[in-house]
Design a binder for this molecule. Structure first.
Ligand SMILES: C[S@@+](CC[C@H](N)C(=O)[O-])C[C@H]1O[C@@H](n2cnc3c(N)ncnc32)[C@H](O)[C@@H]1O
Length: 314
């Protein structure tokens, strides 16, 4: 794509050609900066085409005749809804259950186990997780299933009382589990809240998990109520200042890759404030904290990676 002149939308074959609405370099820049300021998403040369395509779609949807008027709408008081709509159109929501198995093994078998033991010793029975950029919910529900299994096993291993064959609660007494799942996209949040998944979306879910944590409703799989109750979905823009505090684990995977380095730095520094002492941050397999901050130390095991918050030196 040339960066010199106006940019034209593609014409639809078979339809009478409509005069193309031009997106000038200056308009593109204005819109690019606005999107960056609003949510941190950065469109470099490789992704400009995607941005242009989505802008053309929104312009058509709003029946507007220039990108400058569209920009004026977005920055106006009455344009908040359209701005949210545009941002939704710009997010990439690809996700899956049990994504990055090696990393989840590190999480469940080593780090979660260590945190559970540590908390048990100090009599603190609460565990807080945050799936930041949770998309349609597969990530927070995966965490819920892994945590429920770990706590049940921990209870079995450490209890000397005779276990009666009665139905057990998902989270054994006295533990309390909270999983906050946030995203900037309302549509994916609604899907997460609904907790219904197709056979295709369930491909990475082993039958033992399907049996224990899902009900089959017609063609789809519904997350069981007790699992859903552990996860709280909420709109949250990672660009804003208020962030949920005292998390033992933060998962922010495959989100930072859409931000530029300056925004990535700001985000991981903010995450350090949102973690409990010695808490862990997980990022996507194509992401890293290298060169961004020195507040974490890397933990690596069998191809799985996480970052542990380092205690501040007084
Ligand atoms: C590719 S998905 C990753 C989903 C999941 N974390 C995973 O790894 O499978 C990225 C998600 O980040 C969300 N996102 C992008 N920018 C965001 C922001 N500024 N604040 C909150 N969520 C954001 C998108 O809406 C999208 O659902």
């Amino acid at each position: 794509m040339s960066h010199g002149g106006p940019i034209h939308p593609m014409s639809t074959p078979g339809l009478a050609p409509t005069p193309p609405i031009q997106l000038t370099e200056a308009e593109l820049k204005l819109l690019q900066v606005l999107v960056y300021q609003e949510c941190g998403m950065h469109f470099d040369a490789r992704r400009t085409h995607f941005l242009q395509d989505r802008l053309h779609r929104r312009l058509k949807e709003c029946q507007m005749d220039s990108f400058y008027s569209y920009y004026r709408l977005l920055i106006s008081e009455g344009g908040r809804q359209e701005l949210a709509q545009l941002l939704e159109n710009l997010t990439v929501n690809e996700t899956s259950f049990f994504r990055n198995k090696a990393q989840l093994d590190l999480f469940q078998k080593h780090l979660l186990d260590e945190v559970i033991r540590r908390k048990q010793e100090t009599g603190d029975f609460s565990l807080r997780f945050w799936s930041a950029g949770c998309s349609t919910g597969q990530e927070p529900y995966t965490l819920a299933m892994l945590v429920a299994d770990s706590l049940a096993y921990h209870q079995m291993r450490t209890s000397s009382a005779i276990q009666l064959p009665v139905p057990k609660p998902l989270i054994p007494h006295p533990w309390k589990v909270e999983i906050m799942a946030s995203d900037i996209n309302y549509t994916v949040l609604r899907t997460g809240q609904e907790g219904m998944y197709t056979e295709n979306q369930m491909l990475s879910v082993d039958y033992t998990y399907r049996l224990r944590y899902f009900d089959k409703l017609g063609e789809r799989y519904a997350v069981k109520k007790a699992v859903k109750e552990l996860v709280h979905f909420d709109f949250h823009n990672l660009k804003t200042e208020y962030l949920p505090q005292r998390n033992d684990f933060i998962f922010c995977r495959n989100v930072m890759m859409y931000f530029d380095q300056a925004e990535q730095k700001r985000l991981v520094t903010k995450f350090a404030k949102c973690l409990a002492p010695s808490g862990y941050l997980f990022v996507g397999h194509a992401e890293s904290l290298l060169g961004l901050t020195e507040q974490y130390s890397m933990v690596y095991r069998n191809s799985g990676t996480a970052y542990q918050l380092v205690a501040e030196v007084e």
